[in-house]
Design a protein around this ligand. Structure first.
Ligand SMILES: Nc1ncnc2c1ncn2[C@@H]1O[C@H](COP(=O)(O)OP(=O)(O)OP(=O)(O)O)[C@@H](O)[C@H]1O
Ligand SMILES: [Mg+2]
Length: 429
């Protein structure tokens, strides 16, 4: 998806290109405790700016709190609060207020203080009008520039936020695409079984006009499997559609051995089984895992079907589980041309763990292929046999359940995929 982002014309205004909007007149705050000085300043500036006047610091601060002051002209030497103090408080009210200080016989120390508080200029008293005009005009310009910079920074931030939300939407569109592909991939498995069974029933019944008891039992039995597969399809689509919300802390209700038994039933009727030997060994003692039952079956079915399909020669595939009473020693695992451990970062490596191996004695995986097998759409099978999504889904489902996945392969000897899942005692009711 390409991102079409047009910058509004006035998104960035520079000092050289002021926006076309009519500018409001700047507001000038005159602070002097002498009425005569205040009035003469008012006369100088009344035609150019909005004028506010204060005879002492407290009144100046109050005016600044109630009005948007751009520039303040401050007499340093005033009764009560000094001009320096007023400057400090004005900057506290609004750090962008610019100030022109009026000095008579100030020390360099006072000047230094005014500088520290970022006063814009100093005018000696008595001042001449043109110097005062120039000083206030420069201060006003500085204020305008600063507020334009501020507005532009805000607009920039707004644009960045828009860009970010476009990016998130783009990522969500990609995620949605992946989810759709995963649904189709996973539903394909049960559909293959359903279609095989329907075919078997058709063969059995043929053009018969009546069914004997044996045929009826046969059909009833097949219908049970078909029903289970249809339920699987529904669960798969439900799982993916609630993908982002799914996170249940409920203790598992189905024991792992039940899932292995279900997997055995499914696999034995899978077309990829062909003439291969297949064995599933149950756990000596049952336990639950912190993974949705359909996900467990999906993971193991993908690994088993891959093991069946690794060669067209007859070979053996077996599945075996074990409960590990200790956490894994991750340092003992090293990625190599024959080995890989995935999802270490999100792995909840705490005992008890369930370890389940899907092993074949097929041709093994070449070292140059091993790094690619978990990539989406990577497949060495023909276009009609593999989409290359199986292991990608397996890895993702294991990651979501905070498990880990290990693959060990040996050319000419076979491959073993081992899944490690956080185990949990079964719910009692
Ligand atoms: N047990 C195995 N032995 C040898 N190669 C394997 C084994 N399991 C996976 N592979 C390799 O990993 C590749 C990717 O597997 P993956 O399950 O992701 O896709 P696929 O099986 O090709 O297609 P799909 O599962 O989408 O139908 C396979 O094409 C194969 O080359
Ligand atoms: Mg596969």
């Amino acid at each position: 998806m390409t991102m079409a982002l047009t910058l509004p014309r006035d998104a960035i205004t520079t000092a050289a290109q002021p926006s076309a909007m009519p500018r409001r007149r700047g507001t000038l705050l005159i602070v002097d405790d002498e009425d005569g000085a205040r009035q003469s300043l008012r006369v100088i500036f009344k035609d150019d700016y909005e004028i506010l006047m204060a005879g002492d610091g407290a009144a100046a601060v109050e005016l600044a709190q109630k009005n948007k002051v751009d520039v303040a002209v401050l007499d340093i030497r005033m009764a009560g609060m000094s001009g320096i103090e007023v400057l400090e408080r004005l900057k506290y009210v609004n750090p962008s207020i610019e100030a022109v200080m009026m000095t008579a016989y100030e020390t360099t120390d006072t000047m230094r203080q005014a500088l520290r508080l970022r006063a814009c200029d100093y005018i000696n008293k008595p001042f001449d009008v043109s110097t005062m005009r120039a000083a206030v005009a420069t201060a006003m310009q500085r204020r305008t520039l600063e507020s334009e910079i501020h507005t532009n920074a805000e607009k920039l931030q707004q644009l960045l936020d828009e860009l970010q939300s476009e990016k998130i939407e783009e990522q969500m569109a990609t995620a949605r695409g992946e989810i759709y592909a995963s649904i189709i991939h996973d539903i394909n498995g049960p559909l293959t079984v359903i279609s095989g069974f329907v075919q078997l029933m058709n063969q059995r019944i043929g053009n018969a006009t009546r069914l004997d008891l044996e045929d009826l039992e046969f059909i009833k039995d097949r219908l049970k499997t078909i029903t289970r597969q249809v339920t699987n399809c529904i669960e798969i689509s439900r799982r993916y559609l609630s993908f982002l919300r799914r996170q249940s802390d409920d203790p598992p209700r189905v024991g792992f051995n039940q899932l292995l038994t279900d997997l055995g039933h499914l696999t034995r009727v899978h077309p990829s089984l062909q003439n291969n030997k297949f064995a599933v060994r149950l756990l000596p003692e049952d336990i639950g895992v912190r993974m949705n039952g359909t996900d467990v079956i999906q993971v193991l079915l993908n690994l088993t079907v891959n093991a069946f399909q690794c060669t067209s020669q007859a070979h053996s595939v077996d599945i075996e589980g074990r409960i590990l009473p200790q956490a894994l020693d991750l340092a003992a695992f090293k990625d190599s041309p024959q080995e890989r451990l995935l999802n270490v970062e999100s792995f909840d490596n705490a005992a008890p763990l369930l370890m389940i191996c899907v092993r074949d004695d097929g041709p093994g995986i070449p070292p140059e292929t091993l790094p690619k097998i978990f990539q989406a759409y990577f497949s060495t099978k023909g276009a009609r046999q593999g989409t290359g999504l199986g292991l990608n889904i397996v890895q993702r489902l294991i990651k979501e359940s905070k498990g880990a996945l290990h693959v060990h392969t040996h050319l000419g000897k076979g491959t073993c995929f081992t899944v490690y899942l956080p185990a949990q005692p079964l719910a009692t009711s």
